[in-house]
Design a binder for this molecule. Structure first.
Ligand SMILES: Nc1nc2c(c(=O)[nH]1)N[C@H]1C(S)=C(S)[C@@H](COP(=O)(O)OP(=O)(O)OC[C@H]3O[C@@H](n4cnc5c(=O)[nH]c(N)nc54)[C@H](O)[C@@H]3O)O[C@H]1N2
Ligand SMILES: Nc1nc2c(c(=O)[nH]1)N[C@H]1C(S)=C(S)[C@@H](COP(=O)(O)OP(=O)(O)OC[C@H]3O[C@@H](n4cnc5c(=O)[nH]c(N)nc54)[C@H](O)[C@@H]3O)O[C@H]1N2
Ligand SMILES: [Mo]
Length: 760
């Protein structure tokens, strides 16, 4: 496919006027207060607040407006002037609200008061904070620690997250699953296995120096739009970009920089991908094997001609293991198999391989398109194989770049939100707080969901998020979730997880990061870690949405105080009064990562935590980077059969996870609805369907359970045969909790086997 590829349905390039129109629409619809424009100016800048949207790094040399379409939307969304007050519940029961769309639930506005579920009236009613904390404490004391889960979505800052993890451990468990269990857990486990690092190795300098980026299953235009700026700069200095993605994503096709008056006025676009290959869903293992085949052939040729080798032989010898086996496999696999499994033509893969071979410095970027498969970790290992062949890790301008989701999802892991005991310096916790931390591993999100379904999990505390809507087997989850003794949700907006309350249920409304967090020692800063492992301070400037809100940290400290026995080393009140004391604790627990933490809080561009793999120190058991020989040619756990499709669950540009900002997926040309299934024209015809027809998707797991989603309109789209798309989170009804990456248990949300039935 060539430079001028466009998705026929798309409104045009990413960025540009479309992005400004879209921000303006959310500004109007979300009833924003005009002062929010001042707030946006300080977004992602030192001394300002860090975006609540994604984890894309914040540069030291920032732009006048260092935010993107979706960062602005996220800020506007939480700065709405709409309020979901206790009055709201006078007119609505919980059962009635279950019929509402996710969009309408969040449009009720910011939560203003702590609320308790009242089963008799089937409504939430106002409750005082102290009363709520006391009741939650009593309930937690009655429950056995192993039966309670402390979930976090990646919003909360490092200080609150550290205390949250400490609270769980003092309580007696490591049941600390996080949203990354559904996301980049494949990276945490899979990347660690092969290069000894749970996070990416790339930093800004690498982006500035690279001459080639390979994108596998990551969509910067929607999900990390500020990434489009360094991509544009890279293109302008002649770097090449190659994309593997079943869907033509506009942000990887072309971009008009909204910060460039010239581009905005002339409509001049920067073409992003030099080559865009629509690999079929689950086909990356074969596609990358094909690329490796091209590298090996080019190396054979160089050897024969006595010119410079294409493989980085000294690097491979010194730094890697498993090379021979892998190369055997590369030589053995046939192009016929590669074409069948990837859905790509040999000639196209050869073109991509040539670009890889010619580039001196290559970055491999990936996202959910690699991680959310049954063999997601194999996908990542294959990308690492490709990079290792030419020494493209641990060298300037090169590296592996997983693009993280939530703004502090990576950082929460860094400061102890981890269900695996071995990932946490328990000895340090023991010394600092004079207790015996639990040694047994806690629950991964998949275990937590299964425990809920079996009834062994009886209490759930959620620090942000909307777990009920984010996980597979949603119907079953609805029953299981409300079967619990206790549900506590620390939230900013109303969502579906609130509508299946446990026997005792509380919604505790919290401040958002853009808001002033006034405590005894003044307005508090918090901090977050971005995708490049840089730590940034953040201080809110807006007046809180309600005078009754508390900070996440204060809420956690109060629950902990009400639940746990007194411990002179554990001073929840002092920590709440002054967050810098919590940063001191973090520094004492992780001295290498957080030296001089408080002093370095506001360094422009953040301070770097460092990364061993970036220095070619491999923290694997072998002390080397590993080549992985694939044992299968795709990342699926099921075979093709007639009538079975691979369902890829997608995000629109008008949502942030389960938060739906609106019904405009302008990059894909879908307006006014999310109830669609995208299919290629050949698949529509072969299935005897008509565009516009309503169908139901039925899960094709062979476990005897019926899972279906009806009312989807067949919509033609430029896709590979056999790959179909519909929206997340709606499609979670179709996925099975046991359908996950083998190694890390990340739900395989990008390849759900389904059938299509007419919806009559
Ligand atoms: N606006 C907005 N921003 C967000 C989010 C949001 O919902 N909205 N979510 C945040 C979060 S938590 C996360 S984790 C990130 C997610 O950001 P991404 O990692 O970009 O996630 P997705 O958009 O789900 O999927 C990425 C891409 O993978 C492609 N893909 C699917 N299957 C395959 C495959 O088999 N092979 C290949 N090569 N590609 C495939 C899809 O077509 C899609 O373009 O974004 C964060 N930022
Ligand atoms: N089928 C399918 N399923 C998926 C995915 C997919 O691609 N396909 N993606 C997965 C991924 S990558 C992820 S990360 C998960 C996301 O799963 P979650 O992180 O659980 O879900 P979110 O939608 O991000 O949570 C939204 C809610 O968080 C609350 N919130 C927002 N801001 C704040 C804040 O500052 N503080 C607090 N305390 N609460 C706040 C609001 O009440 C809001 O309703 O979903 C996963 N599920
Ligand atoms: Mo995510």
């Amino acid at each position: 496919m060539n430079e001028h590829l466009t998705d026929p349905a798309s409104e045009g390039p990413a960025g540009g006027w479309g992005s400004l129109r879209s921000i303006a629409r959310i500004y109007g619809e979300s009833l924003s207060n005009p002062t929010v424009l001042e707030t946006l100016k300080s977004q992602n800048k030192p001394g300002g607040f860090m975006c609540v949207s994604c984890a894309w790094p914040k540069p030291a040399n920032y732009h006048p407006f260092e935010f993107c379409e979706n960062g602005a939307k996220a800020t506007l969304w939480e700065s709405t002037s709409a309020r979901c007050t206790p009055e709201f519940w006078k007119d609505h029961t919980v059962s009635e609200l279950r019929e509402w769309k996710d969009y309408d639930l969040e449009m009720t506005g910011r939560l203003t008061h702590p609320m308790r579920y009242d089963a008799q009236t089937d409504r939430y009613v106002e409750v005082g904070w102290e009363e709520a904390f006391a009741a939650i404490g009593d309930s937690l004391k009655r429950l056995a620690p192993k039966d309670v889960v402390f979930y976090s979505s990646g919003h909360a800052g490092l200080e609150a997250s550290y205390l949250y993890a400490l609270m769980a451990r003092l309580y007696g468990n490591n049941n600390l699953p996080q949203s990354s269990n559904m996301c980049h857990e494949t990276t945490s486990v899979g990347l660690t296995n092969v290069i000894g690092s749970p996070v990416g190795t790339v930093v800004w300098k690498d982006l500035e120096e690279t001459d080639c980026l390979f994108f596998f299953g990551q969509n910067p235009g929607s999900n990390s739009p500020r990434f489009l700026h360094p991509l544009q700069e890279a293109k302008q200095r002649g770097a090449k970009i190659v994309t593997f993605n079943p869907v033509i994503e506009q942000g990887l096709v072309s971009f008009v920089n909204p910060q460039s008056p010239r581009q905005m006025l002339t409509g001049e676009e920067t073409l992003i991908s030099n080559l865009y290959l629509q690999v079929q869903c689950g086909g990356d293992v074969a596609a990358i094997l094909g690329l490796c085949k091209v590298v090996v052939e080019a190396d054979d040729d160089a050897k024969a001609r006595g010119v410079k080798r294409v493989l980085d032989v000294p690097f491979i010898e010194q730094h890697t293991t498993g090379f021979e086996d892998f190369i055997d496999c590369v030589r053995r696999v046939s192009w016929t198999d590669i074409e069948r499994e990837s859905g790509l033509a040999e000639a196209d893969i050869r073109n991509a391989g040539d670009i890889y071979v010619k580039a001196e410095r290559v970055i491999g970027v990936y996202g959910m398109g690699l991680t959310q498969h049954s063999r997601g970790a194999l996908n990542i290992a294959m990308l690492v194989n490709l990079l290792l062949l030419r020494g493209n890790i641990g060298r300037d301008g090169a590296g592996v770049c997983p693009v993280r989701g939530h703004s502090n999802v990576q950082g929460q892991r860094t400061v102890g939100i981890a269900e695996k005991a071995k990932l946490v310096p328990m000895d340090k916790l023991k010394a600092l707080f004079a207790f015996d931390p639990p040694t047994e591993d806690g629950t991964h999100i998949v275990d937590a969901v299964k425990g809920l379904m079996k009834g062994t999990i009886k209490g759930f505390v959620s620090l942000g998020g909307n777990l009920l809507r984010a996980v597979p087997d949603q119907k079953e989850m609805e029953r299981a979730w409300s079967d619990q003794e206790l549900t506590v949700m620390v939230s900013t907006k109303l969502n579906r997880s609130h509508l299946f309350p446990g026997r005792q249920a509380y919604i505790l409304p919290c401040l958002s990061r853009s808001e002033i967090d006034e405590q005894a020692t003044g307005n508090q800063s918090v901090s977050i870690e971005d995708s490049f492992s840089h730590i940034h301070g953040s201080v809110g400037k807006r007046r809180p949405a309600s005078e009754h809100l508390k900070s996440e940290l204060a809420i956690i400290a109060s629950i902990a105080k009400a639940t746990l026995p007194q411990n002179p080393k554990v001073t929840w009140d002092e920590w709440t009064e002054d967050y810098s004391l919590v940063r001191d604790l973090i520094e004492k627990t992780y001295p290498e990562d957080f030296a001089d933490y408080n002093a370095r809080l506001n360094i422009p561009g953040g301070f770097y935590r460092g990364n061993a793999a970036h220095e070619r120190v491999w923290k694997t058991p072998e002390k080397k980077a590993l080549f992985t020989t694939p044992d299968q040619l795709n990342s699926l756990s099921f075979d093709d059969k007639p009538g079975r499709y691979r369902l890829l669950t997608m995000r629109s540009n008008d949502q942030f996870n389960t938060t739906i900002y609106g019904y405009s997926d302008r990059f894909r040309g879908i307006e006014g609805t999310r109830d669609v299934v995208l299919m290629c024209a050949d698949d529509i015809a072969a299935a005897g369907l008509e565009p516009g027809q309503k169908v139901r998707l039925v899960s094709d797991f062979e476990d005897g359970r019926r899972r279906e989603l009806a009312g989807l309109v067949v919509t033609p789209h430029a896709l590979p045969k056999g790959t179909i798309c519909s929206y997340y989170p709606e499609c979670n009804i179709l996925n099975a909790i046991d359908h996950h990456d083998e190694l890390s248990k990340t739900p395989a949300s990008k390849s759900i086997p389904v059938r299509i039935e007419p919806d009559v």
